[in-house]
Design a protein around this ligand. Structure first.
Ligand SMILES: [Zn+2]
Length: 429
């Protein structure tokens, strides 16, 4: 699949979908292949259970992001195996999971169904297009046009982590919720005029002061049930003693211990981002030429609220922090909250059980991603979606995702395939 170039744009995922369809048809697994637009595809395969429980869906996207060929030491579409790694664009994101899902279907068909066994749930396999460029011809298209084919109680999607720290496989982080993205415009106004006569109400200075205030503002720490459980379970295996103590502190019922722990964890930016709503200034504009004082200057903020938190309340706190009523904050794009998938559900337990069997020393933790994913849409539709990246990797390998020399350890590919099969079989037997 790596050798089939599906860089999006343009995608051309149809070739991968045809490849998948040929394999499934040869195994007598029912399939449906749609072409939302020429050369793009939505592919669905299904193994039927006895219907006593609702289906489980395993999904992955077929498209990949582009490459800077000059920075690769191998052909990004060669699928070369070297020193125990499989190299290629999509090896991690998301053709690795696509392959593990495919293998899971084949194992279920050959070793359960064809061996006379039964499954309590239908297993739905979905391969999507266009995930890397907005999903209009991918998940969105499938939801809008064939909702009935993807109706499931549980979904396994991309979006988690299986992390090796210091050479030791440490934890499987299963994404069960995510932060909600919003866009806010900050607009400062002031008198315009010739730059030769400085004006005290200059909109550019006003915006600058407002942005400095926003930069110094920190949203309050708030632990959700997911982040509490995340830190509580991670504390059991975390190697650094002071960070481990901080993890225990933030899960405490004592407010002072929580804040104390949050100060230590907040120094680690990825942890700080799960402890509070995050605000990033991203775009500045204002002015038309060097000798004219503009009457308006604006900045864009990308705000990611904790699930369940109101963006209006965040904007209210920012307005207070700015302390200048002439600076206007407008929510230009309002994200939509989604229900949290239950980390005490049979699906989550099945993932944890499969992981325990493969690596008894690892813990499985629920996890709120700071980035947004397709899973939010599925959760809004009432499905319990879980994000996993089932392949144990260290930070270096993980950072190659969307980067140069993307690669996956062969041993991790094997582990991840067993993990998905183990989880799906456990929840559907
Ligand atoms: Zn992806």
């Amino acid at each position: 699949m790596i050798r089939i170039d599906t860089v999006n744009p343009p995608g051309n995922e149809l070739a991968v979908a045809r490849y998948l369809q040929a394999i499934f048809e040869a195994e007598n697994i029912e399939t449906q292949l749609f072409e939302p637009v020429p050369e793009r595809a939505a592919f669905v395969a299904r193994i039927r259970g006895d219907g006593s429980r609702r289906p489980v869906m395993i999904m992955a996207h077929m498209d990949v992001v582009g490459v800077e060929r000059a920075n690769w030491s191998v052909d990004p579409f060669g699928a070369e195996i070297r020193d125990g790694y499989l190299y290629g664009r999509g090896a991690i994101d998301d053709k690795g999971m696509l392959a593990a899902n495919l293998e899971t279907m084949l194992l279920l068909k050959r070793h359960v169904v064809d061996a006379g066994g039964t499954l309590s749930r239908d297993i739905i396999f979905v391969a999507n297009s266009d995930e890397e460029a907005g999903g209009v011809f991918g998940m969105d298209w499938l939801v809008d046009n064939h909702r009935e084919l993807i109706d499931a109680e549980f979904v396994l999607n991309e979006g988690g982590r299986t992390r090796i720290v210091g050479g030791t496989p440490l934890y499987v982080a299963v994404q069960n919720t995510e932060k909600v993205p919003h866009h806010v415009t900050v607009r400062a106004r002031g008198p315009g005029g010739h730059a030769a006569v400085p004006l005290p109400g200059n909109a550019v200075y006003r915006l600058g002061r407002a942005l400095a205030a926003i930069g110094n503002h920190q949203e309050p720490v708030r632990l959700t049930s997911t982040t509490k459980e995340f830190f509580a379970r991670l504390a059991k295996v975390w190697p650094d003693a002071s960070e481990r103590a901080a993890m225990e502190d933030v899960t405490s019922a004592d407010e002072r211990r929580v804040l104390h722990g949050a100060r230590t964890l907040g120094a680690i930016l990825v942890f700080d981002a799960v402890l509070r709503t995050g605000i990033s200034a991203t775009v500045l504009s204002g002015g038309i030429r060097s000798n004219v004082i503009p009457t308006e200057a604006t900045a864009l903020l990308n705000i990611r609220t904790l699930p369940g938190e109101s963006i209006d309340a965040v904007v209210g706190r920012l307005q207070n922090a700015i302390g200048d009523a002439s600076v206007e904050l407008t929510i230009t794009n309002r994200g939509e909250d989604a229900p949290v998938s239950d980390f005490t559900s049979p699906m989550f337990s099945a993932i944890a059980g499969a992981a325990k069997e493969l690596a008894p020393g690892m813990v499985t933790v629920p996890y709120m991603s700071t980035g947004a994913s397709d899973s939010a849409r599925l959760r809004q539709l009432g499905m319990q979606a879980f994000g996993i990246l089932p392949f144990p990797m260290d930070q270096d390998d993980e950072d190659r995702m969307h980067g140069n020399d993307e690669r996956i350890p062969l041993a991790s590919l094997d582990f991840g395939t067993r993990l998905i099969f183990g989880a799906v079989y456990r929840v559907a037997r």
